[in-house]
Design a protein around this ligand. Sequence first.
Ligand code: DMJ
Length: 653
Amino acid sequence: MQNGHVGNAIGGKLDDYFDQRELPMYKDKPYNYSTSGKAKPIYERWRLIGSVLLALFTVGYFLGFFSAGATRLKKTDGGKSTWSWGGKGLSTDWDARREKVKGVFIESWDGYQQYAWGHDIYHPLSKEGEQMSDEGKGMGWIIVDALDTLMIMNLTSRLSHAREWISTSLDYDQDINVNTFETTIRMMGGLLSAHYISNEYPMLAQLSDDDKGAPGEDLYLEKATDLADRLMGAFETDSGIPDASVNLRTSKGIVSHADAGASSTAEAASLQLEFKYLAYLTGEKNYWEKAEKVIEVIDNNGMEDGLLPIFVSPITGTFRGTNIRLGSRGDSYYEYLIKQYLQTAGEEPLYQEMWNQSLVGVRKHLITYSDPGHFTILAERPDGLDGKISPKMDHLVCFMPGTIALGVTGGVTIEEAKKAGKWGEKEESDMKLAIELTKTCWGMYKVMATGLAPEITHFKIKDPAHMESDGILASADITDKAKDEFVIKHNDNHNLQRPETVESLFYMWRITGNPMYREWGWEMFQSFIKYTKADADGGYTSLAHANEIPPILRDNMESFWLAETLKYFYLLFSPSDFLPLDSVVINTEAHIFPRFKLARDLHTGWERKTRDEAGHIVETPKTAPGRTIKVEESTTTILADEQRSKEGHIGLT
Ligand code: DMJ
């Protein structure tokens, strides 16, 4: 699409708009879209009237006639700008915004398709592809990761192309070492999600997974199972904690070459949704047992307040180091606690108990406030819980607000939770924390010259730090002044097209119903369009420097740009009944799985050891089966994906 992104000029915006409306911009059409070519006069007339009205509105918006939403820039004292939220403004055409997201996905996908098809890595500036391993022939890194987004966006012709590649070219029998976690969440997760969506929402996926009689029946599921069987060797360690990497041909686990052989806690403990869903689909209990064993081994460390160091040994099953954080290497351990509880429809309460314990631990040890704006920070404890707090947040931590909200209601709206009598002080307080943390994550975008968040943000805080237990502080509005307390170090100002904040906006919108979250998302999306476009047909790329204009581009499109970031934008602007949150559970790579009830011989195969209020194991003999002490107070935590990547193995983020 020529100039197919939101530029500054009004003229450009209108051109874009009319381009999109009048030209057959996308070959892909909704499955049930009429292709008769017969004119539909009334519809066409309304479409024209709609176009004119929208054009007038767009002009008005940019001339400042309307307060078109919560995030309009308001000029205040001394001409300084203030970002404010709260207003609703005129009704917005969310369908049109959603189509814009689809347009950006198409540009990104088509760039990849044209210049790097079948490669794991895509460089949109040099317009080249690369495999993650020189010996490898491609793992489908981008194609498989994007499959379910193609379905959700109903991009049928592109989906057919992807499915054909998977059917004819994708072969996991390769003598290459891959990262266990990344391969599980992206490849297995992508295939399983494609299987689920194509069966559950056949109108979205023109080609079902079950091509009766055709070669490659249940293609996605078969590929997922083949891959899972190769990954399973990673779990064959002394402790049951999986090795960081695995050879796909031999299925032999490979200990991490870095970190004294330790695995990342988050990586070891974020494989469960995928292997459990596969066990459910295939009836193979082994997948279930290996995955859940990891959580048992981790929990048997009896960490204080459910907060964990970011490394764990696959030999002993015990932690390495003292670094506790919910950023890189820690993040999705926590995410998968609550999501495991939701995946099996609330039938495994020990995961909710662990989540609650960890959340209390987060509040006790990690929540502090910036100074003077009192923005809520989810900080780190590099030297353990008795060490000094480090007021730093990886962008990765921004999954947390949405996940907290999800944990509060299980996916239904606040209103519905209240009606169902599932609302009390804890829910109220957790939701407030989610709201404040979302604002902080949004602030990370607002303080940047491009409007795109850095990889890592530091904050100015008081010394000693004001903790939540010293009293909850109300945050100020995010204004230009916030730049003084959101501290962006030179090495941290890159933007890797990450999804976590829009992921949280999506959950917050669905759960609170506050349109402010959609408006924030729209602003973020416009910044991505404006500043991350590679060139006319390359697609979109990540940024080496997001805090200067023009930004410095990096020559890489992350696969999660297609799998997660654009999917969450699309869902944020979609109607709320599209993929209802209380019937699905979304993995850490935004792949969508169903919730299900424990069935057959799939059940929780372990019990938590008795522990004291702080979460330490109490060495008393167990008495009755199922005996666990419910500990109300406790939490857990988890290095930068940058470090995770390229450590000599394939598939590190
Ligand atoms: C993704 O691969 C997953 O979301 C993972 O959990 C964290 N890192 C990236 C996105 O930032």
